[in-house]
Design a binder for this molecule. Sequence first.
Ligand code: PMP
Length: 399
Amino acid sequence: MLTERQLFLNLIAQTSIAPMLLEPEYAEGIYVYDKKGIRYLDLIAGISVGNLGHRHPKVVDAIKKQADKYLHLMVYGEYVQSPQVQLAQLLNHHLPPHLNTVYFTNSGAEATEGAMKLAKRYTGRFEIICFNKSYHGSTQGALSLIGDEYFRNSFRPLLPGIIHLDYNDIKSLGAISDKTACVILEPVQAESGVVVPDFSFLKQLQKQCEKHKALLIFDEAQTGIGRTGDLFAFQKLGVSPDILLTAKALGGGLPLGAFISSHEIMSSLSQEPVLGHITTFGGNPMSCAAGLAALQTLFEEGWMKQVDAKEKLFHKLLQHPKINAIRSCGLLMALEFESEKFNKRVIEECWKYELITDWFLFAPNCLRIAPPLIITEEEIETACRIVLQAIEIASSEIK
Ligand code: PMP
């Protein structure tokens, strides 16, 4: 009889050349337990999703309560569903006044698609400016924006009118013109190995967008919901977008994304054509109930206030001559090594010591650290000890 792992490899479409193959039994807090009872410390929170850890009791409770009321009832935007309305209201409360209208989606990629459509519809233009080494999702529109030729090339033709610039390069911003519908970027670029742009770059970008009446879109799928110590990274960086994208941690562990803008901009999706973006499951009541509980808990339990101290502790503990750089914005961090080979060996060793970590899509020589924000000082010490031990082992093998 085939094992479940063999069935997984046979029956579940494979896209990774080296799947992690963990067989989870259950997860709680910062730990994932496998079927043999081995406890793994999750240093990447399911790729920046579990900001409150796995199965936070208040989130689980909200899911159960919502399950007792209703699940899917109607496609997007027809019924007045409390979990959606309340989550939008709470987001509103913590965002600048112009980001007051929320469109809930299923995922980050769908939020990207919706935002691109909104910018095209509102401006009447189709040119979109984006950045090398950026990631905004894997659907065809979002893939057209992906800042890496290897990942996009096999799927051509992609969207026309897409211009890629170098991230944090002020000189290139002259490409923004009266033809530009929008400029989309991550205010902290995650998959390039956590690159925080200069304030002057973001400011100039905003100025150029204002001058040419192009919309500025920030994709905060990875940096949002407290990961950087503020609700969204742009609130720390001091430049606000016209459209904000969020996903990943937004649903408290259930699938949920959103694009958020002003009432004026968003209302263009309700005319010519009506139903300018349609989704069956976007804003699903279970996801919104979980997201609402997660967001309330994030504020009530004060997790964002601890991010800065925890970030500093990682920096203090992770000292090793083989670490070329540590780049971070809150608890989104990249440890840079000399090569992909070295990094992957370190990651492999971390896994042997039951520490879950990973690399970055466009920075395979960087180790990913993005733990649940609830990680304690002791747990940070344990995680760093394992990473340093793994670096020692890799160093002894790879000269
Ligand atoms: N934008 C960013 C910045 C992301 O990191 C991701 C996912 N890694 C996405 C968009 C796409 O989100 P999803 O996988 O939910 O489609």
